[in-house]
Design a protein around this ligand. Structure first.
Ligand code: M6R
Length: 363
């Protein structure tokens, strides 16, 4: 049942404020403490984290790497499961291995988990299907409470993965004594406001539809982001390729001048994900390099960022202002809706894109 929407993907995008709110409330006590099932993880005994996943779930891991390193000060390695499993990396003592998977059945992720079994200190998974193989074979499985996701393009599972991973990071940081109770309480109160901020972002649907209409005639699209917005750029490019079949690539903004800027001309739209944070000025200077080469910029930022930098851009999309750590979850919305409306404009099969399966249980 598409609940009155044209596609499951649209329904699942719209469900995000509700399911994110549920995920948050499952992990918070009335007193605002973060609770993990089964006694959780002793983060004071963890020296490093290895995170492994495929596709969109791997971008959730990459985002969590920025959070774990900056907020909890734990070094994190991220790899896609198909590489990790054959690389056979050494797993040092006191390593926590984390596997993220919507289905919990992705063959490469499961094989990577089995490789870590007996080597890592503990195996944690972040899954949507609690009875899945990955959940069953983990020491601790954290459900994301996204509900059934039907569209092949992952949407609400991604934002719920990010939400649960952020709660895990905050818990780790507090347990390790690098985030005091007052700062933790501030982050938690910001998180509680996230569903309503996501709602505000969803209300910008018309802006995203009109930008997407312009994107639909492009042959190639670039996505740029810096810091924690880089994985979101990767997610935006994957969504667009997957359902609209437009060639899209994502780069860390600072990498542009090391090669990809050679691609830019008046035919290439460049989507820039840039909330007004500490890295904003750097990203904007990369964006200006694109505009100097006649690239057509779609700038996604908040009101402050747009008033400072939207002069001369092709399209601008306004996101509400949020605490820095929440920006990756919020900016998933324009990444999803740009791809969705582009696919609708092109008339592709949004929920069942060619050549793809919802769950990849073979190598
Ligand atoms: O079920 P999983 O989260 O393990 O699936 C991983 C990928 O196959 C999945 O995220 C895929 O990249 C999506 N189609 C992306 O929208």
């Amino acid at each position: 049942d598409k609940g009155g929407h044209k596609h499951f993907m649209a329904k699942e995008i719209a469900e995000q404020p509700g399911v994110i709110g549920q995920a948050i409330s499952h992990y918070l006590s009335d007193r605002g403490e973060i609770m993990l099932p089964d006694g959780g993880i002793d983060f004071t005994k963890v020296d490093r984290i290895t995170m492994v996943a495929c596709g969109t779930a791997s971008y959730a891991c990459m985002t969590a790497k920025y959070w774990f390193e900056q907020i909890a000060r734990i070094p994190v390695e991220v790899d896609v499961a198909s590489e990790f499993r054959y690389r056979e990396p050494p797993i040092p003592d006191r390593t926590l291995a984390v596997f993220v998977s919507q289905s919990g059945e992705t063959a490469d992720t499961l094989a990577a988990l089995r490789y870590c079994d007996g080597k890592a200190q503990s195996i944690l998974s972040v899954i949507n299907v609690p009875e899945s193989s990955i959940a069953r074979e983990s020491d601790l499985a954290l459900p994301i409470y996204a509900g059934v996701e039907v569209g092949v393009a992952s949407t609400k599972a991604f934002t719920c993965q990010l939400t649960v991973l952020l709660l895990l990071v905050l818990k780790a940081a507090n347990d390790r004594g690098v985030l005091d109770d007052a700062a933790l309480a501030d982050h938690i109160s910001a998180l509680r406001g996230l569903p309503s901020v996501i709602n505000t972002a969803l209300e910008q649907n018309d802006m995203m539809r009109s930008a997407a209409y312009k994107l639909s005639s492009a042959r190639d699209v670039l996505f740029l982001g810096r810091g924690q917005m880089f994985p979101l750029a990767l997610e935006g490019a994957l969504k667009l390729k997957e359902i609209s079949y437009i060639h899209a690539e994502a780069y860390a903004s600072g990498e542009l001048k090391h090669g990809p800027i050679a691609l830019v001309d008046e035919e290439v739209p460049v989507v820039v994900l840039a909330p007004k944070d500490a890295l904003f000025d750097k990203t904007v200077s990369n964006m200006q390099e694109v505009m100097a080469r006649k690239g057509k910029v779609i700038l996604v930022s908040d009101a402050d960022g747009l008033s400072e930098a939207s002069h001369g851009v092709w399209e601008s999309i306004e996101m509400p202002k949020v605490a820095d750590i929440l920006a990756p979850i919020l900016y998933a919305i324009p990444a999803q809706l740009l791809a969705y409306h582009t696919a609708v404009a092109k008339g592709t099969d949004v929920d069942q894109p060619r050549n793809l399966a919802k769950s990849v249980t073979v190598e």
